[in-house]
Design a protein around this ligand. Structure first.
Ligand code: ASP
Length: 309
């Protein structure tokens, strides 16, 4: 029997202690703790890594603090377009959705694509139609709207830029993409990522989060990874799969592989962000090259919730 473990993230970016109040810090810590425990409780009861990561990611999708599900940012056209992906390391099956609107829990749809369709990646209307067919819950636009996100979008429009949601200096609130990785007692690994993308992104833009191998990867032979950061650079670096490859083909440890990719390769092309990773032995790494990353991990020995460097 393996020791179960889980790690989650709520996004990376310019998250500074100086711009955080005690109240906000408490809200984030509580939200991370809730998601962490939602996942770990399942693992502890002998549940699968897949169920654990879906529970953790859904919990963050339902929380307006994070840029996924309910808290998704606005794109260039003033709409919320969401992306998500999930991967099961046991048989390297995977599911992903991109450019979806109004689906309450994108990670649940990604999982359904993996388990209930013959495909891996569904986009836009086709993905939404599939979600309706299998009766997944939808929400009105108003469910995803918030004054804070609107202000953030207006700021990004003024600057004519695309921003990692924590880097827009609209208010001192910071939000982020979410993800989870876990190992269960059977030694199976799983990873999931869910996001509203980048503020003021062009509509139709796809980031790394729904791309298997870039934002998400899991393989029982190596590790499970979920990324957060500037998606374009993460796609170009094929970040999640690169870490798995460094372990599989070069014999690097999880820590060495994470360091190589996050602190060297990504830094060399100004790819800001980070990731969470767990390997087949239950080792956990949560590296980032930005100012901060909302993150948490738990196994039988340790529980950690952290925000800053
Ligand atoms: N990686 C996400 C994207 O580019 C953004 C994030 O991690 O916050 O869509």
């Amino acid at each position: 029997m393996n020791k179960p473990g889980i790690a989650i993230h709520g996004g990376a970016g310019t998250i500074l202690r100086s711009s955080m109040t005690a109240e906000k810090e408490r809200q984030y810590t509580n939200a991370l703790s809730e998601a962490l425990h939602a996942g770990y409780d399942i693992l502890q009861k002998g549940g699968s890594a897949l169920d654990a990561i879906e529970a953790a990611v859904s919990s963050m999708e339902d929380c307006p603090l994070f840029n996924a599900g309910k808290g998704s940012v606005y794109n260039y056209a003033g709409k919320h377009e969401m992306d998500a992906s999930i991967m099961w390391g046991k048989d390297i099956s995977a599911g992903a959705v991109t450019l979806i609107r109004n689906v309450k829990n994108p990670v649940a749809l990604a999982r359904a694509v993996m388990e209930k369709s013959e495909h891996v990646f569904l986009c836009g209307e086709g993905a939404e139609e599939f979600a309706k067919k299998i009766n997944l819950p939808f929400e009105l636009d108003t469910y995803f709207d918030s004054e804070f996100r609107l202000a953030q979008w207006h700021e990004a429009q003024k600057a004519d830029g695309t921003f990692l949601d924590h880097n827009v200096n609209v208010s001192d609130k910071k939000f982020g993409t979410v993800g989870a990785v876990a190992i269960d007692i059977d030694g199976n690994l799983a990873a999931a990522t869910s996001t509203g993308g980048m503020t003021n992104k062009r509509f139709g833009r796809v980031g790394d989060s729904p791309i298997i191998g870039a934002g998400t990867y899991a393989n029982n032979k190596t590790c499970a990874i979920s990324c957060t950061g500037h998606g374009e650079l993460f796609i170009r670096s094929v970040v999640a799969y690169d870490i798995s490859c460094l372990i599989e083909y070069k014999g690097l440890s999880l820590a060495e592989a994470c360091h190589e990719v996050v602190m060297k390769k990504l830094v060399a092309i100004q790819g800001e962000g980070g990731l969470i990773a767990i390997d087949k032995n239950g080792n956990i790494e949560m590296p980032f090259n930005s100012e901060g990353m909302y993150r948490a991990m738990k196994n039988q020995d340790t529980e950690l919730i952290a925000i800053y460097k």
